[in-house]
Write a protein that binds this ligand. Structure first.
Ligand code: DGT
Ligand code: CA
Ligand code: CA
Length: 572
């Protein structure tokens, strides 16, 4: 069973939430919260550290008590204390926190006063106006909560792509290891690189499917086998992730892969096109009368219905069929196209590594330049830099650039966009930087009009280059702030600025749909990791996946350019 830092952090987060709702000693909850933050930003896998015999209790904010709990989670996949608390309260109590506007403090009141312990209960109480009757809860908040319960229910459990990835890889490796296995691939939304996946759909080929299914259900990480047939099986892993395995003959690999990659609506459109040509498509192949005319490869499937091959990331019925027919499909950007990373933090603000460490790590993964973008000093940011610190950093970068070969460090900053649209540092220093990345970190609740005005005003500043994480959303946690996207795209283009696709797995912001629209409006982008430690520079691939889902090509992204050309486009 593979437990990653993300899951360990999430367990401590839940524990802190439950303790807070219960009204436990605030020091205790804070200790768990601090540990959560440390683990999220750690960069090294705790499981590997333990395997290597490292003493994890020495990590700041972890300590002996939490170290023991981490060991328990890695060994058993869960934390008995959390399971017990969930059991004694209500297993669904934590669902309340998925609703925007409800944090642990409000959940505590709702639980104590109205005995609400599930989304269903919350919805009913809001409909009966019992919530607005509580002290500290307005009618407006009640309405917002009601809307939130509907949203939270629709989402269901989905896993972030980056969380699903190690499970998908481990399972693929396990299946490939079996002698009766020919091909194995993870299809479904995972193959389409969607930012979250509902379950894993694995396709395998074998001359003896039943043997492969027998082998599959013996996978050690399985909690429950829901179904097991001769060619298919569905199981639930210990982390509650569902896995569907489908096994077909080699001759049908392409047809089955196409079917199980989806999306469903993409497939339906293909089936209709085929039908109009007098053909029939199913997961075994394409048939003319009863004769099979295609099915071994996906390329052949598309060709048979008169289309060029469509990359999985484009299969969302957003115009790809037509583009394929007219030969207008984009040549999607790849990870290899990326020449640098324009957003990262060091220990000058809230990062964990030094400038040199970040540069060395970036060089090792093949980048030829990076921009150091520590936070500006502002209320919402801990350890932000003032002008003096920034100048010290600029000098340090000059010194490093003189000695470090093979990579160039650009001077930059992630400067706060203040509520009135001015930037948190004066232009006297900003103009000396190689580029300026601006970001919204507070006042998420402004009206759409005010938020749009704020951002456009910030971009009026000639020093401004790139808008970081343009909508501020956190997947499954925080809705985007309200911005008029059309005005934003036009504003960015007119001013010669750029939009970031932030590659943090929780952000992936801009998302695919907006990226496509922005591109259509003539906007160009940066794809950057926002890394807070050297290991997170590898997040670049998630940003590239999102960009591919947004139809972006190499030309659309400025950090595919050589340093010389990049400098030119950054000069406004
Ligand atoms: P997910 O799991 O919610 O992230 O999304 P998908 O796209 O992986 O959906 P899933 O797991 O329900 O099904 C995997 C693929 O199988 C889907 O993308 C297309 C195919 N598929 C499933 N059900 C149907 C269906 O009723 N009709 C057709 N044409 N294809 C289907
Ligand atoms: Ca799926
Ligand atoms: Ca499925």
């Amino acid at each position: 069973m593979v437990i990653s830092n993300v899951e360990i952090a999430s367990i401590f987060d839940q524990l802190a939430d439950l303790l807070e709702i219960k009204g436990e000693n605030p020091f205790k909850t804070r200790a768990y919260r601090n540990a959560t933050r440390t683990i999220e930003n750690l960069g090294t896998d705790l499981r590997k550290m333990l395997e290597d015999g490292a003493d994890i209790s020495q990590i700041p904010t972890i300590g002996e008590h939490i170290a023991l709990k981490i060991e328990e989670i890695i060994k058993t996949g869960k934390l008995a204390k959390l399971e017990y608390l969930k059991h004694t309260f209500s297993p669904h109590l934590l669902d309340l926190l998925k609703v925007e506007g409800i944090g642990p403090k409000r959940a505590k009141v709702l639980y104590r006063e109205l005995n609400i312990s599930s989304l269903e209960g919350l919805k009913k109480a809001a409909e009966k106006h019992q919530i607005s009757a509580l002290k500290g809860f307005s009618e407006k908040l009640e309405k917002k909560i009601l809307k939130g319960t509907l949203l939270a229910k629709k989402e269901g459990i989905r896993f972030m792509y980056s969380v699903a990835e190690p499970y998908a890889e481990a399972l693929t490796a396990y299946l490939k290891n079996f002698k009766e296995t020919l091909q194995v691939i993870v299809a479904g939304s995972f193959r389409r690189r969607k930012e979250t996946v509902g379950d894993l759909d694995i396709l395998a080929t074998s001359a003896h499917p039943a043997l492969l299914i027998d082998y599959f259900v013996q996978y050690p990480d399985i909690k429950e086998v829901l179904s097991k047939g001769d060619t298919r099986s569905t199981v639930i892993l210990a982390n509650s992730m569902q896995v569907d395995l489908r096994c077909v003959a080699k001759e049908s690999y392409g047809a089955a892969l196409h079917y199980f990659t989806g999306s469903k609506s993409h497939n339906i459109a293909i089936r209709i096109m085929a039908r109009d040509m007098g053909l029939k498509v199913n997961e075994y192949g394409i048939f003319k009368s009863d004769e099979k005319i295609a099915g071994a490869t996906e390329e052949e499937m598309y060709e048979t219905v008169g289309l060029r091959y469509i990359e999985p990331e484009l299969r969302e019925s957003r115009g790809e069929h037509r583009a394929a027919r007219e030969g207008r499909l984009p040549e999607l950007i790849t990870l290899e196209d990326m020449k640098g990373d324009l957003h990262m933090h060091t220990h000058y603000s809230d990062g964990r590594n030094s400038i040199v460490e970040m540069a060395e790590a970036a060089k090792a993964i093949g980048h030829s330049y990076i921009a150091i973008t520590d936070h500006s000093k502002h209320l919402s940011i801990v350890h932000g830099m003032d002008e003096k610190r920034l100048r010290e950093q600029m000098e340090e970068i000059d010194r490093i650039n003189e000695t470090l070969k093979g990579i160039t460090i650009l001077k930059s900053i992630e400067v706060d966009i203040l509520e009135d649209g001015t930037l948190a540092l004066p232009n006297t220093v900003l103009k000396e930087l190689d580029l300026v990345v601006g970001a919204v970190h507070d006042k998420f609740n402004l009206s759409q009009k005010m938020q749009t005005k704020r951002i456009l005003k910030a971009m009026d500043n000639p020093c401004f280059n790139i808008l970081a994480h343009p909508t501020g959303r956190l997947i499954g946690e925080r809705a985007p702030y309200k911005v008029n996207m059309k005005q934003l795209f036009e504003g960015v283009k007119e001013r010669g600025c750029f939009l970031e696709i932030n590659a943090q797995p929780k952000r992936l912001d801009l998302n695919d749909i907006y990226a496509k629209r922005a591109k259509e409006a003539g906007v160009r982008f940066s794809i950057s990791t926002d890394a807070h430690n050297a290991a997170s520079l590898h997040y670049m691939k998630y940003g590239v996946y999102q960009a591919r889902r947004g139809w972006l090509e190499k030309e659309d992204v400025i950090n595919t350019l050589s340093l010389g050309k990049l400098r030119k486009v950054l000069g406004r």
